[in-house]
Design a protein around this ligand. Structure first.
Ligand code: PMP
Length: 304
Protein backbone atom coordinates (compact mmCIF):
# COMPACT_ATOMS: atom_id res chain seq x y z
CA UNK A 1 0.00 0.00 0.00
CA UNK A 2 3.00 2.35 -0.45
CA UNK A 3 3.33 5.08 -3.02
CA UNK A 4 6.99 5.39 -4.00
CA UNK A 5 8.52 8.68 -5.05
CA UNK A 6 9.20 8.45 -8.81
CA UNK A 7 12.98 8.97 -8.76
CA UNK A 8 15.55 6.87 -6.89
CA UNK A 9 19.27 7.40 -6.35
CA UNK A 10 21.00 4.18 -7.38
CA UNK A 11 24.59 3.41 -8.42
CA UNK A 12 25.42 7.11 -8.24
CA UNK A 13 22.66 8.20 -10.63
CA UNK A 14 19.09 9.45 -10.40
CA UNK A 15 16.87 7.01 -12.28
CA UNK A 16 13.18 5.98 -12.22
CA UNK A 17 12.37 4.05 -9.03
CA UNK A 18 11.02 1.15 -11.08
CA UNK A 19 14.36 0.78 -12.91
CA UNK A 20 16.46 0.52 -9.75
CA UNK A 21 16.99 -3.25 -9.44
CA UNK A 22 19.57 -5.42 -7.69
CA UNK A 23 20.77 -8.99 -8.35
CA UNK A 24 19.50 -12.00 -6.39
CA UNK A 25 23.16 -12.66 -5.50
CA UNK A 26 23.56 -9.35 -3.67
CA UNK A 27 25.76 -9.88 -0.63
CA UNK A 28 23.65 -7.65 1.66
CA UNK A 29 20.49 -9.63 0.91
CA UNK A 30 22.12 -12.80 2.21
CA UNK A 31 24.09 -11.46 5.16
CA UNK A 32 22.28 -8.33 6.33
CA UNK A 33 25.45 -6.37 5.61
CA UNK A 34 23.74 -3.05 5.12
CA UNK A 35 22.69 -0.06 7.16
CA UNK A 36 19.93 2.41 6.60
CA UNK A 37 18.58 5.77 7.59
CA UNK A 38 15.10 7.21 7.66
CA UNK A 39 14.00 10.82 7.67
CA UNK A 40 10.87 12.74 6.99
CA UNK A 41 10.27 15.48 4.49
CA UNK A 42 7.24 17.70 4.67
CA UNK A 43 5.94 20.42 2.40
CA UNK A 44 6.59 23.74 4.12
CA UNK A 45 3.16 24.80 5.47
CA UNK A 46 4.22 28.41 4.81
CA UNK A 47 5.49 27.76 1.25
CA UNK A 48 4.27 24.89 -0.93
CA UNK A 49 7.34 25.27 -3.19
CA UNK A 50 9.68 24.29 -0.38
CA UNK A 51 10.40 21.03 1.43
CA UNK A 52 11.46 20.94 5.08
CA UNK A 53 13.86 18.24 6.29
CA UNK A 54 14.27 17.67 10.03
CA UNK A 55 17.86 17.40 11.31
CA UNK A 56 19.30 16.33 7.97
CA UNK A 57 22.85 16.80 9.28
CA UNK A 58 22.29 14.36 12.14
CA UNK A 59 20.67 11.78 9.88
CA UNK A 60 23.55 12.05 7.39
CA UNK A 61 26.15 11.81 10.17
CA UNK A 62 24.52 8.71 11.63
CA UNK A 63 24.37 7.00 8.25
CA UNK A 64 27.99 7.89 7.56
CA UNK A 65 28.93 6.36 10.92
CA UNK A 66 26.88 3.25 10.10
CA UNK A 67 28.70 2.99 6.77
CA UNK A 68 32.03 3.24 8.60
CA UNK A 69 31.05 0.23 10.72
CA UNK A 70 30.59 -1.61 7.42
CA UNK A 71 34.06 -0.47 6.27
CA UNK A 72 32.49 1.85 3.72
CA UNK A 73 33.87 5.36 3.62
CA UNK A 74 30.94 7.62 2.77
CA UNK A 75 31.25 11.20 4.06
CA UNK A 76 28.21 12.75 5.72
CA UNK A 77 28.47 15.77 3.38
CA UNK A 78 28.04 13.50 0.37
CA UNK A 79 24.98 11.82 1.90
CA UNK A 80 23.50 15.18 2.77
CA UNK A 81 24.01 16.53 -0.75
CA UNK A 82 22.57 13.36 -2.33
CA UNK A 83 19.44 13.61 -0.16
CA UNK A 84 18.88 17.26 -1.12
CA UNK A 85 19.32 16.36 -4.82
CA UNK A 86 16.96 13.42 -4.36
CA UNK A 87 14.27 15.75 -3.01
CA UNK A 88 14.77 18.21 -5.90
CA UNK A 89 14.48 15.44 -8.49
CA UNK A 90 11.24 14.16 -6.99
CA UNK A 91 9.49 17.51 -6.41
CA UNK A 92 7.13 15.94 -3.82
CA UNK A 93 3.72 17.43 -3.18
CA UNK A 94 2.87 15.46 -0.02
CA UNK A 95 4.68 14.46 3.15
CA UNK A 96 7.17 11.69 2.55
CA UNK A 97 9.77 9.44 4.13
CA UNK A 98 13.28 9.14 2.74
CA UNK A 99 15.06 5.82 3.03
CA UNK A 100 18.81 5.88 2.32
CA UNK A 101 20.59 2.52 2.40
CA UNK A 102 24.28 1.66 2.32
CA UNK A 103 24.88 -1.96 1.43
CA UNK A 104 27.33 -4.52 0.15
CA UNK A 105 26.33 -4.68 -3.51
CA UNK A 106 28.93 -7.36 -4.24
CA UNK A 107 27.85 -10.67 -5.79
CA UNK A 108 30.38 -12.79 -3.88
CA UNK A 109 29.40 -15.37 -1.26
CA UNK A 110 31.87 -14.85 1.58
CA UNK A 111 30.52 -13.05 4.66
CA UNK A 112 33.01 -10.24 5.18
CA UNK A 113 33.29 -6.49 4.84
CA UNK A 114 36.67 -6.13 3.13
CA UNK A 115 37.13 -6.44 -0.62
CA UNK A 116 33.41 -6.34 -1.32
CA UNK A 117 31.72 -3.71 -3.46
CA UNK A 118 29.41 -1.28 -1.71
CA UNK A 119 26.79 1.16 -2.87
CA UNK A 120 24.46 3.78 -1.48
CA UNK A 121 20.86 4.08 -2.65
CA UNK A 122 17.98 6.36 -1.74
CA UNK A 123 14.29 5.98 -2.34
CA UNK A 124 11.21 7.53 -0.82
CA UNK A 125 7.59 6.78 -0.01
CA UNK A 126 4.66 9.03 0.64
CA UNK A 127 3.95 9.01 4.35
CA UNK A 128 1.34 11.10 6.09
CA UNK A 129 0.79 11.54 9.78
CA UNK A 130 -0.28 8.53 11.68
CA UNK A 131 -0.72 8.65 15.41
CA UNK A 132 -2.91 6.23 17.30
CA UNK A 133 -4.69 8.90 19.36
CA UNK A 134 -5.29 6.71 22.40
CA UNK A 135 -1.84 5.08 22.39
CA UNK A 136 -0.39 1.64 21.72
CA UNK A 137 -0.46 -1.59 23.73
CA UNK A 138 2.98 -3.11 24.26
CA UNK A 139 4.24 -6.46 25.36
CA UNK A 140 7.69 -7.19 26.74
CA UNK A 141 9.35 -9.26 24.08
CA UNK A 142 10.64 -12.75 24.76
CA UNK A 143 13.49 -11.77 22.43
CA UNK A 144 16.17 -9.60 23.95
CA UNK A 145 17.92 -6.73 22.25
CA UNK A 146 21.31 -7.66 20.76
CA UNK A 147 24.36 -6.49 22.63
CA UNK A 148 26.89 -3.94 21.52
CA UNK A 149 29.60 -6.57 21.91
CA UNK A 150 27.88 -8.58 19.13
CA UNK A 151 27.34 -5.77 16.64
CA UNK A 152 27.65 -1.99 16.51
CA UNK A 153 24.15 -1.05 17.59
CA UNK A 154 24.91 2.66 17.25
CA UNK A 155 24.58 2.12 13.54
CA UNK A 156 21.25 1.25 12.00
CA UNK A 157 22.61 -2.09 10.81
CA UNK A 158 20.08 -3.94 8.67
CA UNK A 159 20.89 -7.39 10.07
CA UNK A 160 19.96 -6.20 13.56
CA UNK A 161 16.36 -5.79 12.42
CA UNK A 162 15.74 -9.53 12.47
CA UNK A 163 15.28 -9.13 16.23
CA UNK A 164 12.89 -6.22 15.74
CA UNK A 165 10.95 -8.27 13.21
CA UNK A 166 10.72 -11.31 15.49
CA UNK A 167 9.61 -9.12 18.39
CA UNK A 168 7.03 -7.19 16.38
CA UNK A 169 5.40 -10.29 14.95
CA UNK A 170 5.39 -11.99 18.34
CA UNK A 171 3.70 -8.93 19.85
CA UNK A 172 1.05 -8.63 17.14
CA UNK A 173 0.39 -12.40 17.16
CA UNK A 174 -0.35 -12.19 20.86
CA UNK A 175 -2.76 -9.28 20.49
CA UNK A 176 -0.47 -6.30 21.18
CA UNK A 177 0.56 -3.47 18.89
CA UNK A 178 4.24 -3.15 19.66
CA UNK A 179 7.09 -4.82 21.59
CA UNK A 180 9.49 -3.45 24.17
CA UNK A 181 12.86 -5.21 24.20
CA UNK A 182 15.01 -5.68 27.26
CA UNK A 183 18.79 -5.80 27.16
CA UNK A 184 20.65 -9.04 27.87
CA UNK A 185 21.04 -7.63 31.41
CA UNK A 186 17.28 -7.26 31.75
CA UNK A 187 17.10 -3.46 31.55
CA UNK A 188 14.68 -1.60 29.29
CA UNK A 189 16.20 -0.93 25.86
CA UNK A 190 13.72 0.25 23.21
CA UNK A 191 10.82 -0.76 20.99
CA UNK A 192 11.19 -2.43 17.56
CA UNK A 193 11.79 0.82 15.70
CA UNK A 194 11.42 3.51 18.35
CA UNK A 195 13.15 4.70 21.50
CA UNK A 196 11.30 4.65 24.80
CA UNK A 197 10.75 7.24 27.51
CA UNK A 198 9.05 7.02 30.88
CA UNK A 199 7.88 9.70 33.29
CA UNK A 200 8.17 9.13 37.05
CA UNK A 201 7.44 11.76 39.69
CA UNK A 202 7.42 14.39 36.96
CA UNK A 203 10.88 13.43 35.72
CA UNK A 204 11.42 12.38 32.10
CA UNK A 205 13.66 9.31 31.98
CA UNK A 206 15.26 7.65 28.95
CA UNK A 207 17.42 4.52 28.94
CA UNK A 208 20.94 5.91 28.51
CA UNK A 209 22.87 5.34 25.28
CA UNK A 210 24.77 2.37 26.76
CA UNK A 211 21.54 0.32 27.10
CA UNK A 212 21.93 -1.06 23.56
CA UNK A 213 19.57 1.58 22.18
CA UNK A 214 19.76 3.17 18.79
CA UNK A 215 20.95 6.75 19.22
CA UNK A 216 17.64 8.06 17.92
CA UNK A 217 17.52 11.54 16.51
CA UNK A 218 13.99 12.03 17.81
CA UNK A 219 15.24 10.79 21.20
CA UNK A 220 17.96 13.41 21.20
CA UNK A 221 15.47 16.09 20.10
CA UNK A 222 12.98 15.15 22.83
CA UNK A 223 15.68 15.31 25.52
CA UNK A 224 16.86 18.71 24.29
CA UNK A 225 13.33 20.12 24.09
CA UNK A 226 12.51 18.79 27.57
CA UNK A 227 15.62 20.42 29.06
CA UNK A 228 14.78 23.69 27.28
CA UNK A 229 11.22 23.54 28.68
CA UNK A 230 12.60 23.04 32.20
CA UNK A 231 11.32 19.48 32.54
CA UNK A 232 13.66 17.43 34.80
CA UNK A 233 15.46 14.85 32.69
CA UNK A 234 17.53 11.74 33.41
CA UNK A 235 19.31 9.25 31.18
CA UNK A 236 19.99 6.07 33.12
CA UNK A 237 19.26 2.32 33.13
CA UNK A 238 15.53 1.65 33.49
CA UNK A 239 14.08 -1.42 35.22
CA UNK A 240 11.18 -3.36 33.74
CA UNK A 241 9.02 -2.71 36.81
CA UNK A 242 9.46 1.03 36.30
CA UNK A 243 7.44 0.67 33.11
CA UNK A 244 4.48 -0.48 35.17
CA UNK A 245 5.02 2.18 37.83
CA UNK A 246 5.36 5.07 35.36
CA UNK A 247 2.94 7.98 35.08
CA UNK A 248 3.59 8.10 31.35
CA UNK A 249 5.38 5.94 28.81
CA UNK A 250 5.88 6.96 25.21
CA UNK A 251 7.87 5.93 22.16
CA UNK A 252 9.82 8.23 19.85
CA UNK A 253 10.97 7.88 16.28
CA UNK A 254 11.07 9.58 12.93
CA UNK A 255 8.12 7.65 11.52
CA UNK A 256 6.06 7.44 14.72
CA UNK A 257 7.08 10.81 16.20
CA UNK A 258 5.84 10.64 19.81
CA UNK A 259 3.48 7.72 20.35
CA UNK A 260 1.92 7.26 23.80
CA UNK A 261 1.79 3.79 25.35
CA UNK A 262 -1.53 2.98 27.00
CA UNK A 263 -0.85 -0.53 28.22
CA UNK A 264 2.20 -2.73 28.91
CA UNK A 265 1.54 -6.43 29.41
CA UNK A 266 -1.43 -6.49 31.81
CA UNK A 267 -0.80 -3.00 33.27
CA UNK A 268 -2.84 -0.07 32.04
CA UNK A 269 -1.18 3.33 32.14
CA UNK A 270 -2.88 6.61 33.09
CA UNK A 271 -4.69 8.32 30.21
CA UNK A 272 -3.48 11.78 31.29
CA UNK A 273 -0.18 12.46 29.53
CA UNK A 274 0.82 16.03 30.27
CA UNK A 275 4.53 15.67 29.49
CA UNK A 276 4.15 13.59 26.32
CA UNK A 277 1.52 16.02 25.05
CA UNK A 278 3.70 19.06 25.67
CA UNK A 279 6.69 17.47 23.99
CA UNK A 280 4.61 16.26 21.07
CA UNK A 281 3.16 19.65 20.25
CA UNK A 282 6.54 21.34 20.61
CA UNK A 283 8.18 18.77 18.33
CA UNK A 284 5.42 19.24 15.73
CA UNK A 285 5.93 23.01 15.77
CA UNK A 286 9.71 22.63 15.35
CA UNK A 287 9.36 20.16 12.46
CA UNK A 288 7.04 22.65 10.71
CA UNK A 289 9.61 25.42 11.23
CA UNK A 290 7.30 27.42 13.53
CA UNK A 291 9.81 27.68 16.40
CA UNK A 292 12.48 30.30 15.70
CA UNK A 293 14.75 29.02 18.49
CA UNK A 294 15.10 25.67 16.68
CA UNK A 295 15.45 26.95 13.11
CA UNK A 296 18.84 25.30 12.79
CA UNK A 297 17.17 21.88 13.13
CA UNK A 298 15.32 22.41 9.86
CA UNK A 299 16.77 22.34 6.33
CA UNK A 300 14.78 24.14 3.66
CA UNK A 301 14.95 22.71 0.14
CA UNK A 302 13.42 25.02 -2.51
CA UNK A 303 11.77 23.08 -5.35
CA UNK A 304 11.98 25.86 -7.92
N1 PMP B 1 15.27 2.58 17.55
C1 PMP B 1 15.26 1.83 16.44
C2 PMP B 1 15.63 0.39 16.54
C3 PMP B 1 14.89 2.41 15.22
O1 PMP B 1 14.87 1.68 14.11
C4 PMP B 1 14.52 3.78 15.17
C5 PMP B 1 14.07 4.40 13.89
N2 PMP B 1 15.13 4.98 13.18
C6 PMP B 1 14.56 4.52 16.37
C7 PMP B 1 14.95 3.88 17.53
C8 PMP B 1 14.24 5.97 16.38
O2 PMP B 1 15.28 6.72 15.78
P1 PMP B 1 15.00 8.12 15.10
O3 PMP B 1 14.36 8.99 16.10
O4 PMP B 1 16.36 8.59 14.70
O5 PMP B 1 14.11 7.88 13.94
Amino acid sequence: PYTYLPVAFFQNRFIPFTDAKISIATHALHYGTAAFGGLRGIIDPQNSQQVLLFRLDRHAARLSQSARFLHYDLPAEKIQASIVEFVRHNRPTKSFYIRPLVYTSDLGIAPRLHEVEKDCLIYGIELGDYLPADGVRCRISSWCRQEDRSLPLRGKISGAYITSSLAKTEAVASGFDEAILLTAQGKVSEATGMNIFIVRNGQLIAPDVCQDVLEGITRDSVLTIARDLGIPVAERPVDKSELYAAEEVFLSGTAAKITPVKQIESYELPSERPIANRLRSMLAAIVEDREPAYRNWVDRVPLT
